[in-house]
Design a protein. Sequence first.
Length: 91
Amino acid sequence: MMTNDFFTTFVYPTLVLFASSGITWVFARRKNNSEITGIDIDNAKEVIKMYKDFSSEMKLDAEKTRIILKESQELIEKFNQRCIQPNKCKE
């Protein structure tokens, strides 16, 4: 009789507690892993967006640089065309 009370009072509730904790842990782990995967996907999207923005800015900067270089080359050509003594103008 004493053994049966011990099992019903301590052992069975402890086993139920561990079993329910284990089941909860398994499902919580799945949920957490899926949330982490979702966060990783969101972070990857942000990185791609930042890369595209940076790429667009770099293209605009490169285009501005090309325009400035083209204008400078045109000025140098005009200067060379107006130069009376080309040997001295090159110095």
